[in-house]
Design a protein around this ligand. Structure first.
Ligand SMILES: Nc1nc2c(ncn2[C@@H]2O[C@H](COP(=O)(O)OP(=O)(O)OP(=O)(O)O)[C@@H](O)[C@H]2O)c(=O)[nH]1
Length: 389
């Protein structure tokens, strides 16, 4: 916290040149982005990972990106709540809780360059890992532009790993397990980063069943057989598709509460750093050079393509009324052409058609109105008759 406060006071001193993407991906810190469904245990996991990685000598730099959490059980070097007041955002922009969180994250992302600069400096000061806790609602981060910018931004500057925290207790139901896995799969393919699934809460339930389901297709089918659900067929089909995904996946059972499994988890993370260097770094290096090339291209100067500026806001004016109109039109009066070339035969044909349509429409309206009037008269008559009898 102290460091983040210092960072905001010395914001002007920050040398953004140090962030130049021409320099390539650094070796430190390794960014570990912690994702997971609401309540899966991300925050508790982050706290445990901080403790265990500190003991392992990785001197973690800690970032909290959840603007809506009340308290975090760890000391964060950067806390989004120091930058954006999520409740104030909700009030000012009249948003609901989710809109407030997304907007707060968007606002934070406008400071991405400064954020990345602080991470870089942390690496220079000897922080080997940077652990990033994300908002409770996973889609706020994974399916938002800002989540994308943060993830890609970090991955083009530092080795980056995704840790997907999965609640094993909640995943005991095969269909829930499948939903969780589909979500994990979509994040893996979207981020294209080394990916670890932390099977959390093993103090409550052993996670071997998950690992069995992921490696033994028949065991998963057996579990599905026992569950009478209308989505079974769909789940069965999808489980076939996910087989390839499981092959690329590292899993590790942990208890964020008791700390069991973290020694193993750290070993896995170190292997994933090697994997990043081998397989992912070249991809992100390529992406970085492409960005660089894009930046160096001059902006489009073709005036035809530049478009014309339109005024934003609800500054709409009533169109000028058409003098010849008959008050029934589907086109704004101001847009109805006033001067029709008399010698244009095609237009004249069209005009003939339009006139006929107009006439038909007027007849229809007239008939409709008179039938309505007849009905009304009949009703009045009936009412009067019933009064007299
Ligand atoms: N028994 C047990 N409980 C856990 C474990 N990890 C987390 N919890 C509990 O699960 C609940 C949710 O944990 P959090 O760390 O707040 O989960 P989160 O994903 O950060 O939650 P949101 O950010 O609010 O979505 C809390 O009551 C934790 O104490 C664990 O390993 N074992």
């Amino acid at each position: 916290m102290a460091e983040s406060a210092k960072a905001s006071t010395s914001a002007v001193d920050i040398n953004l040149e140090g962030l130049s993407i021409t320099e390539g991906i650094r070796d430190a810190p390794v960014c570990i982005i912690v994702l997971g469904m609401a309540g899966s245990g991300k925050t508790t996991f982050t706290r445990s990972l901080i403790e265990h990685s500190s003991q392992g000598g990785f001197n973690p730099y800690v970032v909290n990106l959840d603007p809506a959490c009340r308290e975090v059980p760890y000391a964060a070097h950067i806390d989004i709540r120091d930058t954006v007041n999520y409740k104030e955002v909700m009030k000012q922009y009249q948003l609901g809780p989710n809109g407030g969180i997304v907007t707060a994250l968007n606002m934070f992302t406008t400071k991405m360059a400064k954020f990345a600069e602080l991470v870089r400096r942390a690496g220079e000061r000897g922080h080997k890992w940077c652990i990033i806790d994300t908002p409770g609602q996973i889609e706020v981060f994974t399916w938002s532009a800002s989540g994308n910018i943060i993830t890609e931004g970090l991955a083009t500057m530092f080795p980056t790993i995704i840790v997907y925290v999965m609640d094993v207790v909640r995943s005991a139901c095969p269909t829930t397990f499948m939903s969780n896995m589909l979500y994990a799969c979509s994040i893996l393919y979207k981020t294209r980063l080394p990916f670890l699934v932390a099977l959390n809460k093993i103090d409550l339930k052993d996670c071997s069943f998950v690992q069995e389901w992921m490696t033994d297709f028949e065991a998963y089918q057996d579990a599905l057989e026992q569950e009478q659900s209308f989505v079974n067929n769909l789940t069965r089909t999808m489980s076939l598709t996910l087989d390839t995904f499981y092959e690329n996946l590292t899993t590790c059972g942990v208890s964020a509460k008791t700390g069991v499994g973290f020694a193993q988890l750290i070993k896995h993370l170190l292997n994933l750093v090697v994997e990043y260097d081998k397989d992912y770094r070249p991809v992100y290096e390529k992406m970085r050079t492409e960005r660089l090339a894009e930046q160096q291209q001059p902006p489009a100067s073709n005036t035809d393509e530049a478009g014309s500026v339109i005024q934003l806001g609800l500054d709409l004016k009533d169109p000028t009324p058409n003098q010849n109109d008959n008050s029934v039109f589907l086109m704004a009066p101001g847009l109805v052409p006033q001067n029709v070339e008399q010698n244009d035969t095609e237009d004249m044909e069209d005009d003939g058609k339009t006139d006929l349509e107009e006439q038909n429409f007027q007849t229809f309206v007239h008939n409709r109105m008179s039938s309505q009037q007849n009905k009304r008269d009949k009703l009045i008559q009936e009412q009067q008759q019933s009064k007299t009898t």
